[in-house]
Design a protein around this ligand. Structure first.
Ligand code: ADP
Length: 253
């Protein structure tokens, strides 16, 4: 069975200061269908935003952000657990730190655990361990973390679900004539130097971190598919029916 990673961002998971329950439900239903065809790992953001719904601390202070992640992570997991249970699916929490990927011994242990979970049809839900992470040693955004997870945990493809239909030739929020790029084989080094352009209050990455993730995966001969997490039609068509009608596929030529 092929193994894939789904990454969902804060923009999709939160709405008006709350967890976007309907979108999360739709995502879980989608994963239940994907499980018939793939082994699925989920990389989920949204812990800080979920924490903020219970205790609105000032997010600009790093210790507050870490506290919010600590409050929000179990709340987010509770929401996932309740929803997955409707499909008789067990989900699990995996908190990792960026340094894991440069420590072959720890990585091998983590891989064994992930393999065991997937063999048992469990959906591992991965997030960066923000509470104990040291600022200089973090990914800081789950796009690049998800790319590493894809590569190091032997997955074929990373599907990023975001608040936009795909990658455009320019920022579509600022340019009405921006065109969606259906397929991308290489990423220009200039594009990787752009400043971050996250669109929503809790998003951290913007398009640059998605391009960095894509660049890493292309170089490692893996694929990345970027599409809307608001409307899952395009991700469903691509992953379940092998139809590429919309969204951006990043892959080596
Ligand atoms: P997420 O929370 O899903 O990671 P982000 O807000 O971090 O979402 O990233 C998606 C945003 O990146 C889009 O909504 C858009 O505002 C911005 N963006 C900037 N340039 C582009 C581009 N060329 N193509 C697509 N999106 C872009």
């Amino acid at each position: 069975m092929q193994r894939i990673v789904l990454k969902v961002g804060s923009a999709v998971l939160t709405q008006e200061g709350d967890i976007a329950h309907r979108r999360l439900d739709n995502l879980v239903e989608f994963i239940s269908k994907l499980q018939k065809k793939y082994e699925v790992i989920l990389v989920s953001s949204g812990a800080v935003a979920a924490g903020y719904t219970l205790l609105p601390l000032d997010k600009k202070v790093i210790a507050n952000k870490q506290a919010l992640a600590s409050i929000g992570q179990p709340l987010l997991m509770h929401t996932y657990r309740t929803e997955f249970a409707k499909y008789n699916i067990i989900c699990s929490q995996v908190l990792i730190e960026a340094t894991l990927f440069s420590d072959m011994n720890r990585l091998a242990h983590a891989k064994d655990a992930i393999n065991t979970l997937l063999e048992n049809k469990v959906v591992p839900i991965i997030n960066e361990n923000d509470v104990t992470a040291i600022e200089e040693l973090v990914f800081g955004d789950n796009d690049q973390l998800a790319a590493y997870v894809t590569h190091y945990f032997d997955c074929e493809l990373l599907s990023i679900l975001t608040d936009i239909d795909g990658f455009f030739d320019k920022n579509p929020h600022e340019n009405s004539d921006a065109k969606l790029q259906k397929i991308v084989h290489t990423i220009d080094s200039e594009q990787l130097k752009q400043k971050h352009s996250a669109n929503s209050e809790f998003a951290t990455g913007g398009i640059v971190t998605k391009l960095k993730a894509a660049d890493f995966l292309i170089k490692n001969n893996k694929k990345m598919f970027l599409s809307s997490g608001f409307d899952l039609t395009c991700a469903k068509e691509y992953l379940l029916d092998n139809l590429h009608n919309n969204g951006t596929l990043f892959k080596a030529q």
